[in-house]
Design a binder for this molecule. Structure first.
Ligand code: HEC
Length: 137
């Protein structure tokens, strides 16, 4: 009897908190989706009229060696991707699908152990890294 009187408020409190919990996790998802859209839109503005990415190669090389080379190697081939056995390295990854590359470096791929760089590096450093990566083929 005593246990039940003790447990009841705990249970009621838990049930009341449930919608709050799912509400705040929903908010996180919505915010993340909005951030991804904003980043994607900002990225679209970085192409010239012929659809060629405009970037600073020297700054890309600098930012790449600072942020990425430690894991991916100077040539972008040190890590073998579990996603695709045919992918040789970051050069191919950025060349084959530059928008996917952009999303991965900004928001990471937690399941595969690739971290998000959205808050680690500036928009322009990430842009220059994306362009520089295409030269690693
Ligand atoms: C702490 C180590 C680490 C650092 C630093 C790191 N990465 Fe990664 N990266 C990984 C791992 C681990 C994976 C997933 C490998 C796998 O497929 O299992 C990955 C995957 C990727 C992929 C996915 C490739 C594809 O096409 O599927 C891209 C793109 C990428 N990294 C780019 C970068 C860039 C650019 C930087 C620098 C801004 C960077 N990474 C920094 C560890 C790292």
């Amino acid at each position: 009897m005593q246990t039940r009187t003790f447990l009841r408020p705990v249970l009621v409190g838990f049930l009341l908190a449930l919608p709050l919990l799912s509400c705040s996790s929903r908010k996180v998802v919505v915010e993340r989706e909005a951030a991804q859209r904003t980043r994607a839109e900002g990225f679209e503005e970085q192409f010239d009229a012929n659809g060629v990415l405009i970037f600073d190669k020297a700054n890309g090389a600098r930012a790449y060696s600072m942020n990425c080379a430690g894991c991916h190697g100077d040539d972008g081939r040190k890590i073998h991707f579990t996603d695709s056995t045919s992918l040789q390295g970051l050069g191919q990854s950025s060349t084959n699908n530059v928008r996917r590359f952009w999303q991965i470096i900004n928001f990471g791929d937690a399941e595969r152990g690739m971290k998000a760089f959205e808050k680690e590096a500036s928009f322009h450093d990430l842009l220059d890294i994306t362009g520089f990566a295409q030269t690693l083929n």
